[in-house]
Design a protein around this ligand. Sequence first.
Ligand code: HEM
Length: 145
Amino acid sequence: MYTGLQHTHSGLAYLALLALVLVIIWALVGALSGRDFQEKDRKIALIAFILCHIQLLVGLILYFVSPIGFSLLAGGGAMSDATARLTALEHPLINILAIVLISVGFIRAKKLESSTAKFRSIYMMYAVGLLLILSRIPWASWLGN
Ligand code: HEM
């Protein structure tokens, strides 16, 4: 189960990051063009929103199954080691925060009046979320594999 979850989480990361980048560009172009925000735009933003939430769910389960997740934190000593601190604490916490911000951007876009404000809510919050996610990815273990 652990290996399956690890591979799912690793593969989904590519999809979630790619979707975030594409939606940010899409919303930015939409805002700059001054066109109306349509149902199609909401659905495109929804793709990245859903991928991030699936990733969150898989990540949460993985956190309690992985030897470098919660067990490392519970065992003590993770605080003094930067690599351990990353997967046991920083990556989960910062990514949860990032996904909350992405969700706020998506949900707020529905409530805002003007099309430009809707596009802006999406590209701003998704971009902040993306930067937070990128800042705490265990790059060495991910791409080193
Ligand atoms: C969009 C959000 C997220 C992205 C893009 C992401 C991405 C990644 C990546 C690329 C890895 C390295 C995989 C590898 O070495 O093969 C990883 C590992 C990990 N992630 Fe996430 N993650 C996200 C959210 C979360 C969340 C919310 C949690 C927990 C609450 C979490 C828990 C973990 C754990 C425990 C590992 C280490 C797994 C292991 O190798 O044993 N992730 N994540």
